[in-house]
Design a binder for this molecule. Structure first.
Ligand code: UGA
Length: 466
């Protein structure tokens, strides 16, 4: 019989709730802990406070089996857990690039004085390199069990929208440890994945911390690289979608995170590139990561280019125009609107004097909280109704499959700007739409675009055949 350590998950936000439910699914006894009683109440009733495909049944199964429980009590957690996973949020500091570690500090200073027997504390939150070592020293100082409390670092690579799959069947597992004991603890947790052949990398604490921010920074760099190429495509008549496919066919480059469009957002990539750069600067290595400033700038320019495209299609000005928006979450299959490029564009267009009507399959509630000034429709057709221009900003399946004839009947004018390069231009043009997309050659735009929209702001640029 295999030894199954009792596990706690401290912090039941997005990462923690997914991790706790998946650990229970893997057969462990798990106690989820959070200081927010409303969140703990909801999770205990089997209600997920966010949208994540496939997670709800796991939560339910865990609760029904008795293996998964939730509490607000750190005392209970300290008494229960043999391995404690720390999953609290580390958001960007308001008004600065660095990470706000206050939740992490609170978690450690609350838990440590209650640890009076041997256990392992495993950090999963994304942190500036060096945090883990400082945390290990703090645990040794504050925990009554002293050196019997060991720290390990096990960064999380799950993507929103694919949290269950990424947790149960990860690409790799990183075990940042200080001793054989820490490594063995993580092997006990992830034995199923290790047996299934998942690469298991044993590292020191610093390498484990860096593995996460370096991975996210590389993904962000790939996305911004193709979007920088897309900017050039727009001026010289190249096709960034074809280029993405051509580059991605090279196995050394690969197609992932290389799709041109409105760029990256969410709670991870933007804050991680800023946090990594800020930490490097603190360490006297600002030059080494200067590239990430450019990655950020290219990414934010995507939003400006999208607004420019909408303005072109609206005839040169957005003031007084009706704009329909499909999608406000930062990516499909998520209701997360944190640093969402789609919501930022919708809001900016509203601020330029347009009436903006949005629809999103999952993120309406969260978007409304942040941007009550926008109009909210009950369907894609509702967002398109009477619109002068329709913008596709998040590539939900439902929008990719939408019938342009149906949306065309609702719209005031058939102008569509595809911010994610997911629609079939021929299909939309055949249904009478003027189709434009980010990073697409001007030469492929039919002439009626210019006529209908009253002329393009960038109409004077040279057109070179793609
Ligand atoms: C990202 C990483 O992919 C995960 O590995 C990591 O664990 C997670 O951050 C985290 O730090 O917690 P996530 O933010 O869920 O995951 O989203 P991604 O799928 O990486 O997409 C990020 C953004 O890039 C989205 O706004 C998406 O629309 C955009 N994107 C993605 C592109 O613009 N082009 C692409 O080709 C791919």
């Amino acid at each position: 019989m295999r030894f199954r350590p009792k596990l706690t998950v401290l912090g039941t936000g997005y990462l923690g709730a997914a991790h706790a439910a998946c650990l229970a699914e893997m057969g462990f006894d798990v106690l989820g802990v959070d200081t927010d009683p409303a969140r703990i109440g909801a999770l205990g009733r089997g209600e997920l406070p966010f949208f994540e495909p496939g997670l709800q049944p796991l939560l339910r199964r865990g609760l029904d089996s008795g293996r998964l429980r939730f509490t607000t009590s750190y005392e209970q957690a300290a008494a229960f857990g043999q391995i404690h996973f720390v999953c609290v949020g580390t958001p960007q500091l308001p008004g600065a690039d660095g990470a706000d570690l206050s939740q992490l500090r609170k978690c450690v200073t609350t838990l440590a004085p209650m640890l009076d027997s041997a256990c392992i504390v495993v950090g999963k939150s994304t942190v500036p390199v060096g945090t883990a070592t400082a945390m290990a020293d703090q645990l040794a100082r504050l925990a009554p069990a002293g050196s019997a409390v060991e720290l390990a670092w096990n960064p999380e690579f799950l993507r929103e929208g694919r949290a269950v799959e990424d947790t149960l069947r990860p690409d790799r597992i990183v075990a940042g440890v200080r001793s054989r004991r820490g490594e063995e603890a993580l092997r006990q947790v992830y034995w199923q994945q290790i047996e299934a052949g998942t690469p298991f990398f044993v590292t020191g604490l610093a390498t484990a911390e860096l593995a996460k921010v370096a991975a996210n920074s590389f993904l962000a760099t790939k996305i911004s690289f193709i979007n920088a190429v897309a900017e050039v495509c727009e001026t010289v008549g190249g096709d960034s979608v074809l280029l993405s496919r051509i580059l991605g066919a090279d196995p050394r480059i690969g197609p992932g995170s290389l799709w041109p469009g409105l760029g990256f957002g969410g709670a991870c990539l933007p804050k991680d590139i800023r946090g990594f750069g800020a930490r490097a600067a603190e360490l006297g290595a600002a030059e080494s990561l200067r590239i990430l400033k450019e990655v950020d700038a290219i990414n934010l320019r995507c939003r400006g280019r999208m607004i420019g495209l909408a303005r072109d299609l609206a005839g040169g000005s957005l003031t007084g125009r009706a704009i329909g928006v499909l999608g406000v979450s930062f990516k499909p299959d998520s209701d997360d609107v944190r640093d969402s490029p789609a919501l930022a564009v919708a809001k900016a267009i509203h601020d330029l004097g347009a009436t903006v009507t949005v629809y999103d399959p999952a993120a309406m509630g969260k978007a409304r909280e942040i941007c009550p000034e926008l109009q909210y429709a009950a369907s894609a057709v509702g967002a398109a109704a009477e619109a002068d221009v329709l913008l596709l900003l998040t590539e939900w399946r439902e929008f990719c499959d939408a019938d342009p004839r149906v949306l065309g009947k609702a719209a005031a004018q058939r102008n569509i700007a595809d911010g994610r390069n997911v629609l079939d231009p021929d299909l939309w043009r055949a249904a009478g739409w003027c189709y434009r997309a980010l990073g697409q050659p001007w030469s492929r735009q039919p002439t009626h675009c210019e006529t209908d929209s009253g002329g393009s702001a960038r109409g004077g640029l040279p057109i070179v055949s793609g």
